[in-house]
Design a binder for this molecule. Structure first.
Ligand code: PMP
Length: 314
């Protein structure tokens, strides 16, 4: 769908996946005026298809669009477009337990302008692909100590899913992967004393019955999985705190785990900080796995969705 500045998106249409034309002077190409989302369609054992909290993705996209001076589709348009995309691709939604259909909504400035300034035209599209597990095997993270490599710097775009947050992470993740790590754990760019997030996941530390996760005030993406896991953990009787989490606390935690649409909830087996490897509890008895089981159960329809989080497409 397209819309001009000052107008609203009208209905879009389904087209076969392929390339599309965009002006070389488009805001997305020159100035990074782009927001994306990520969500999954889950096949249940009975064969129906569920989305997980798509209105949260719509609202997060709207917050990002406001920050980057773009018009976003309405929540209803967003959810309907996601549903239409899933239905048109239903044969690509894998059977229960064998993967999911990942959907990528993308909103961008496609108006042509040479000078720095908001585009006068925006395009919203969704593409999708079947996916299996994001990470294979145990997760071993490296703490990135070069603070200038942090995910969003201090420009205030860390709290939105702006396209500009991701390429700056490439040097850190490429280096870490070449060294055999699964991903990078970023610290706060201002002091390097607090943990922030992975390249595409939020972080949690567990000590006894207490679970802590960094607040998402501007620098860290407010993950939808994070929000859901907090609610599930409270229901399961854990003490949950959202506050600054220091590196020291992480080093002495019982468990460290990450959350995200791609990773769901996953234990981190080790973290390497200042060349020292710290190991954490993993396995079925961990808090992370208990949370994962409940979350995945709700997402795939094997646990009753008492919170009204799932949206049935088929
Ligand atoms: N942080 C970053 C930087 C991410 O890209 C993601 C993935 N969207 C997350 C956290 C987790 O967010 P969510 O649970 O909504 O997928």
């Amino acid at each position: 769908m397209k819309c001009a500045k000052g107008e609203k998106f009208s209905h879009g249409n389904l087209i076969r996946y392929g390339t599309f034309e965009v002006s070389p002077a488009a805001g997305i190409l020159n100035y990074g005026q782009g927001i994306f989302e990520g969500l999954k369609a889950y096949r249940t054992e009975e064969g129906s298809i569920l989305l997980f909290r798509p209105e949260e993705n719509a609202l997060r996209m709207k917050a990002g669009a406001d920050r980057l001076c773009m018009t976003s589709p309405s929540v209803e348009q967003f959810i309907n477009a996601v549903k239409d995309t899933v239905l048109a691709n239903k044969r690509w939604v894998p059977p229960a337990g064998r993967g999911t259909l990942y959907l990528r909504p993308l909103l961008m400035g496609t108006g042509a302008a040479l000078g720095v300034g908001p585009s006068t035209e925006y395009t919203f599209l969704i593409y999708c692909s079947p996916v299996s597990n994001y990470h294979k095997g145990p997760l071993n993270f490296k703490v990135e100590e070069k603070l200038y490599r942090a995910i969003s710097g201090l420009s205030g775009t860390g709290g939105i899913k702006s396209v500009t947050n991701y390429a700056p992470v490439y040097p850190a993740t490429t280096e870490a992967k070449a060294e055999g790590f699964s991903d990078v754990l970023f610290l706060d760019a201002a002091t390097g004393k607090h943990i922030e997030e992975g390249s595409a996941c939020n972080m949690f530390v567990v000590k006894g019955n207490a679970i802590c996760t960094p607040t998402t005030d501007g620098a860290i993406l407010p993950g939808i999985t994070r929000k859901s896991v907090i609610a599930i953990a409270i229901d399961l009787g854990y003490q949950v705190m959202e506050r600054g989490v220091t590196v020291e606390e992480m080093l002495v935690a019982d468990e460290l785990f990450c959350t995200g649409t791609a990773v769901v909830v996953n234990n981190i087996a080790s973290v390497t900080y200042k060349n020292t490897k710290i190991e954490y509890k993993t396995g079925a008895e961990t808090v992370a796995q208990k949370l994962r089981k409940t979350l995945l159960g709700i997402q795939t329809g094997t646990i009753e969705d008492r919170k009204g989080w799932t949206v049935r497409v088929l």
